[in-house]
Design a protein around this ligand. Structure first.
Ligand SMILES: Cc1cc2nc3c(=O)[nH]c(=O)nc-3n(C[C@H](O)[C@H](O)[C@H](O)COP(=O)(O)OP(=O)(O)OC[C@H]3O[C@@H](n4cnc5c(N)ncnc54)[C@H](O)[C@@H]3O)c2cc1C
Length: 516
């Protein structure tokens, strides 16, 4: 998050000594002499002595599609990768390369022990990810982050796939649902899926199941909310379907606190829309909070911060002048989103201003708010646990279109989709990655871990980066392995270390079971 807009540099071609991770040898041979040639519809034009396995089609050669294609080919299954660039361009891509990084050149933290995305890096490395291998081969100095030379990185991915005997790259737009004879397809067309394909997906999934804009409200880690100030209650104690009447966390504000909050919103530094985003339909249902504040000082008090139907049970508390509500966001109840708080404030400003809310003074954010162009499915409703469209299981989805967020997450979901599809081609079923792993936690969020809202307003399932809140929690350890007492302030880090060690042991076991 907090992406910089990328101004394209001149594309350079490298003789980089990039050695991609060794794919599993194809089961029926390989090598250029035996390289199968498929046309765009999957018919093999050099069939003599070649594989009889039907190809898997991957649509979209971005982070997810490239990784999926690599995993499929690595499992010995032929793959046809359909990428529309340069035939048709998107508003954000500038090159013809596969796995182009459209904005920042960072894969974020590379610290596997205490950072969830760093852990995801390590799991991807262990799973033979092409994206991570190319990233590692072209990394740039960036402190604890994994930043990459974007051009060399994309060239490395393109060359690795182009050179693989089981991969055929077709440069074309797939502008409709895949024909019936494509028996296994991965759709990895990303946040800027071409309009024709998006329309076909809507036709297949139903109106309202494909979003074109993120209206992201910030998400807070439960254990960073001050429960001595917040209280649990649904407005008017309404239980609603599946609720208890105490489903929200409420943070009260006095008049003085509300006025200071509105002032901070009005003065806060904002990010602006890109030209092409500004032309995407804007909706009154999810106005940013700072825009609401600009429309009138009382607007928020009559909108997401209305204090009605709520009673502060804390002893000695006055009637609140305004209330900020948080709603449970994942099944584990470790993450809570701030209801109706989508915002275009800069990230540092969000942290500063949201911590003015009583009860959130020490809030730790799993995700900050935003509003930008993004095409993604209502995945928890539409996809099965192995990313297949329930209504048409020959179609799998991968990458940002499934509702993950970020380069690394998109590649990770591509890796899983590729492995699921390849296993299926071999007549096997791949076990799901354990929920204790970063791969499993991310998959779980997309396919079922999110709690659907019953409120009106923007759809509640929204793209998410990998973060510790998606993992089954562990108790923070009180002592180190050698018996030393861990001071309270270090326990949070110690807890992440325990979760990371658990994840790596579990991902190793999951990978070993597939190898065996
Ligand atoms: C403007 C913008 C800035 C971003 N900045 C960042 C950032 O800084 N950091 C970060 O981690 N994430 C960022 N993201 C999110 C980023 O897009 C994803 O993290 C990642 O690129 C998604 O990977 P993907 O493979 O799902 O999609 P993409 O990488 O976008 O790949 C999708 C591919 O599908 C192709 N395609 C689309 N439609 C069709 C079709 N019908 N037929 C054939 N091919 C098709 C596209 O040309 C593209 O190559 C940004 C997104 C946008 C839109």
């Amino acid at each position: 998050m907090g992406w910089d807009w990328y101004e394209p540099s001149e594309i350079r071609w490298y003789d980089a000594q990039f050695v991609p991770p060794p794919p599993t040898p194809p089961r029926d041979g390989g090598g250029e002499a035996r390289r199968p040639r498929f046309n765009a519809s999957g018919k093999c034009s050099r069939p003599h002595g070649m594989t009889k396995t039907q190809p898997i089609h991957v649509i979209g050669g971005g982070l997810a599609g490239s990784e999926a294609a690599w995993q499929i080919a690595g499992a010995g299954v032929p793959v046809i990768l359909h990428e529309m660039r340069p035939v048709r361009r998107t508003d954000a891509h500038h090159t013809d390369g596969l796995a182009e990084l459209v904005c920042s050149n960072s894969f974020r933290s590379d610290d596997a022990a205490t950072n969830a995305v760093g852990l995801l890096h390590e799991e991807l490395r262990r799973a033979g990810s092409l994206i991570l291998a190319a990233g590692d081969a072209h990394k740039l100095p960036a402190g604890g982050a994994l930043a990459v030379d974007r051009d060399a990185f994309s060239v490395a991915v393109t060359r690795a796939l182009d050179g693989h005997p089981l991969v055929t790259i077709v440069r074309e737009e797939v502008g409709r649902l895949p024909p019936a004879d494509w028996s296994s397809v991965i759709v990895a067309t990303g946040p800027l899926t071409s309009p024709a394909l998006a329309a076909a997906i809507i036709a297949a999934t139903g109106e309202g199941n494909l979003a074109f804009f993120d209206a992201i409200a910030p998400i807070v880690h439960y254990d960073s909310i001050d429960q001595t100030k917040a209280w649990r209650q649904s407005r008017y104690d309404k239980a609603g379907p599946g609720g208890t009447g105490a489903d929200y966390l409420n943070c009260p504000m006095s008049k003085q606190e509300y006025e200071a909050f509105v002032d901070a919103l009005l003065a806060g530094e904002k990010t602006s829309f890109k030209d092409w985003e500004a032309s995407t339909p804007y909706f009154d249902g999810c106005l940013p909070i700072e825009v609401m504040a600009e429309r009138g000082r009382e607007t928020l008090r009559f909108g997401p911060m209305k204090p009605v139907g709520l009673t502060n049970p804390h002893p000695g508390s006055a009637r609140p002048y305004a209330v900020v509500q948080l709603r449970q966001d994942n099944a584990l109840a470790t993450l809570w989103n701030i209801v109706g708080f989508q915002t275009k404030l800069k990230h540092a400003e969000q942290v500063r201003i949201l911590r003015l809310i009583p009860g959130l003074e020490k809030a730790e954010f799993a995700r900050l708010g935003g509003l930008h162009r993004n095409t993604y499915l209502n995945s928890p409703k539409l996809l099965d646990p192995s990313l297949r469209l329930k209504a048409d299981p020959r179609l799998r989805f991968a990458g940002q279109i499934t509702g993950c967020e970020g380069y690394v997450e998109s590649a990770a979901v591509g890796l899983l989709a590729g492995r699921f599809a390849a296993a299926e081609r071999h007549g096997a079923t791949l076990p799901l990655p354990p929920p204790t792993t970063a791969l499993g936690a991310l998959l779980g969020y997309i396919t079922g871990g999110h709690i659907e809202t019953i409120d009106a307003g923007p759809r509640s399932f929204q793209p998410m980066n990998v973060n510790w809140g998606l993992f089954p929690p562990v108790e923070p350890p009180a002592r180190t392995a050698d018996g030393r007492r861990i001071p309270g302030k270090e326990r949070g880090l110690a807890r992440k270390r325990v979760m990371s060690a658990r994840a790596l042991a579990d991902v190793d076991a999951w990978l070993a079971a597939q190898a065996g």
